[in-house]
Design a protein around this ligand. Structure first.
Ligand code: ADP
Ligand code: MG
Length: 404
């Protein structure tokens, strides 16, 4: 994708009417990934557009079954197929890089086989390089863009997690990281509703994964059918909040298609990207959200300042604090549809940066997670006063944050 392609992509996304998803997919993997990021931006795109763009997470072009068999032979050799008595021709799901098929092993286990759909790496790396150059040129003429929107940072983030996703062994590693963390802490934090699928390590490689089939539906499917229970969503917050705030190592792509609700338990899939955040941001954000849940905006302002690499002092902090309190004037007891949490977070970061704060890069990973979660609540229970409902988790999480 060159700059003309990039402008075409933006016009497609921002233009009148709903974006043309086929056109985005024809532009290649980077365009799809950018489209997915825009699906989260309910702070400046209208909700219907975001919902439409969210289809880029699942309704993607499917690779036909003959091609799937050819790819499996190419990736793993003929012997691989001998491990299975049946492989479904119809894909269970197809996303931007992978396609998932149900299968049964020769020992009778119900599994899924996930494979990389094609050779994306070369074009993706080339497109990232050319768009990065474009952004650097724009920033040269408009330096403020770097601190407010940080397009190069976002692009690098997309590059990181997509390259990581293109090697399925990273997904296996991600599963092990998240599972080990849960085993380590299961006696001190309630993770009873979290489960992990078994992976068949000996059959997994860079291009193919074999894992236990987890019965149930993804949060995305349930939201689509209007059947996601708000309590299950709060439980996802509880579990993901543990990884983000208590540990600082968490699922880096927690969109609703990557979480399965299986007999009341929550199972993470697609763990190719694990995000990490330092202690300063992890603790600072927890304290920020705790104060927000208690509608204590003065304390929120102090917490945000504590997360900055360069803290504001004296008069400049006071000015920031006043503006912050004004920004949150409409927040107390408002529902997620009345005041968008995503928009508030973006405005908060903008206000902080304009006032002179600087935040660690890892911050974007957490913000992205929160945007996904906010988007899910908006679809599941638009009348929820989310921050108020989160109060129930404060005590358990705080005990952990203080100790760790
Ligand atoms: N272990 C599993 N058991 C059942 N369904 C699964 C499993 N893993 C993935 N899926 C289904 O396949 C879809 C795509 O899988 P995912 O790992 O997210 O791949 P992608 O990288 O293509 O997004 C999921 O949204 C889910 O519906
Ligand atoms: Mg996925």
């Amino acid at each position: 994708m060159n700059w003309i392609g990039f402008v075409r992509l933006l016009r497609n996304i921002y233009g009148p009417g709903l974006p043309d998803l086929d056109a985005i997919q024809r532009q290649g993997l980077l365009a799809v990934k950018i489209g997915q990021v825009f699906a989260l931006r309910i702070d400046f795109l209208d909700q219907e557009k975001c919902r439409h763009l969210a289809n880029l997470y699942r309704n993607t072009v499917r690779t036909p079954s003959e091609e799937v068999r050819r790819l499996l032979k190419l990736y793993c050799g003929k012997d691989f197929l001998r491990h299975f008595i049946h492989i479904d021709d119809q894909a269970l799901a197809s996303a931007s890089v992978g396609q998932v098929h149900r299968a049964r092993t020769s020992t009778g286990d119900e599994v899924v086989i996930k494979l990389i759909k094609g050779d994306f790496k070369k074009n993706f790396v080339r497109d990232v390089r050319s768009i990065k150059r474009l952004f650097q040129t724009v920033i040269f003429f408009y330096p403020k863009l770097r601190s407010v929107a940080d397009p190069v940072g976002i692009l690098e983030h997309i590059e990181d997690y997509t390259l990581s996703e293109l090697n399925l062994l990273n997904e296996l590693r991600g599963q092990n990281i998240l599972r080990n963390i849960s085993l380590q802490h299961r006696d001190t934090y309630n993770l009873s509703r979290l489960r992990f699928a078994r992976y068949y390590d000996e059959l997994c490689s860079e291009n193919v994964l074999v894992a236990e089939f987890v019965p149930g539906k993804t949060f995305d499917e349930l939201l689509h059918e209007g059947k996601l229970d708000y309590e299950a969503l709060l439980e996802l917050f509880h579990i993901h909040g543990f990884y983000m705030f208590c540990v600082g190592t968490f699922h880096g792509d927690i969109h609703p298609g990557n979480v399965i609700l299986s007999n009341g338990t929550i199972c993470f899939v697609d763990t190719g990207a694990i995000s990490r955040v330092g202690d300063k941001i992890r603790r600072g954000l927890f304290n920020f959200f705790k104060a927000l849940a208690l509608w204590d905006y003065g304390e929120c302002a102090r917490c945000l300042n504590s997360m900055s690499e360069r803290e504001l002092e004296g008069r400049s902090f006071e000015q920031f604090r006043e503006k912050f309190i004004r920004l949150y004037a409409d927040f107390t007891r408002s529902t997620v549809s009345q005041v968008s949490l995503t928009k508030k977070m973006m405005d908060t970061i903008k206000l902080g940066v304009h006032s002179g704060m600087e935040f660690e890069q890892g911050m974007f990973g957490i913000i992205k997670s929160l945007m996904y979660l906010d988007g899910m609540v908006l679809r599941c229970n638009p009348h929820a006063v989310l921050l108020h409902d989160m109060r129930r988790f404060i005590e358990e999480t705080e005990q952990f944050v203080v100790k760790s």
